[in-house]
Design a protein around this ligand. Structure first.
Ligand SMILES: [Zn+2]
Length: 111
């Protein structure tokens, strides 16, 4: 009494094809926005090692150019956020005195 469906074995991982190199912002459409949302949203972490002024800096972990990243053992994942504001708020919710990194989250850098 096996009524297993064979219909789904040929589904290809098409969504992954949208994450192509360099032009991710150019090719967006309503059809691809769901598939690429994960790729658009930067991933953030907070440095649990405080700065001299007591702030915990929030960084983008996909920002390879950040010249002041946290050591990996000091990173606390904040997850994907549309912008650093959400990431900073998430860090604050965790109890950190969060502030955006001057380099990779400058729009949230206040002190
Ligand atoms: Zn940074």
């Amino acid at each position: 009494m096996t009524t297993a469906l064979n219909c789904c074995t040929e589904i290809q991982p098409m969504q992954r094809d949208f994450s192509g190199q360099g032009s991710r912002l150019a090719g967006i459409s309503f059809h691809t926005i769901e598939a690429t949302l994960e790729n658009f949203m930067p991933y953030f972490y907070v440095n649990k090692n405080k700065q001299a002024n007591g702030d915990n800096e929030v960084h983008r972990s996909d920002e390879v150019n950040c010249p002041n990243p946290a050591l990996s053992q000091n990173r606390v994942d904040l997850g994907w956020h549309l912008g650093c504001q959400g990431a900073v708020q998430a860090a604050k919710n965790l109890g950190y005195k969060a502030n955006g990194c001057y380099y990779c989250a400058n729009e949230c850098h206040t002190t």
